[in-house]
Design a protein around this ligand. Sequence first.
Ligand SMILES: [Zn+2]
Length: 170
Amino acid sequence: MSEKVKYFPGKEIRPEALDDGELLVTHYNADLKYSWASGVAVGRFLSELKNGRLIARKCNKCERILIPPRIFCENCFRNTDEWVYVKDTGTINTYSVAHVGTDAHRLSEPLFVAVVNIDGASELMGFLHLLGEIEEKEIKIGMKVQAVWKPENDRVGSILDIKYFKPIKN
Ligand SMILES: [Zn+2]
């Protein structure tokens, strides 16, 4: 029999606990220097995001359209063949409701994180993103969604150039 969780054991770290000396803190400056090359396929994908478009790669042997794009088809063991623009709409494949932020603090409003299968790409091709303009109880697997883009001047070539996916109301 499942029982609804009423509280979480442990103690949330509040900023005041740090200021009051309730928790011990040490400071150091990490001197980390690194760079990351996005590669041909993801590099093009990111620059197309800046243009407000989603681009995929097609393998002409298995005829799959891959997004995020890959320069190599792992099924056929060969290079993919061409660039294909796909839609900025899709279907919720799966989702999760996050009550804890990436920095481990409790969120006042939960985030909805979903894998969105992108229209125009092959079955089960898509990526993880946020859902917005939706209530938790409205989210359904299989629901149609559409990207909400940042204004053109605010885009930087990041997956976050899409603010979130919102439901397509019929
Ligand atoms: Zn292939």
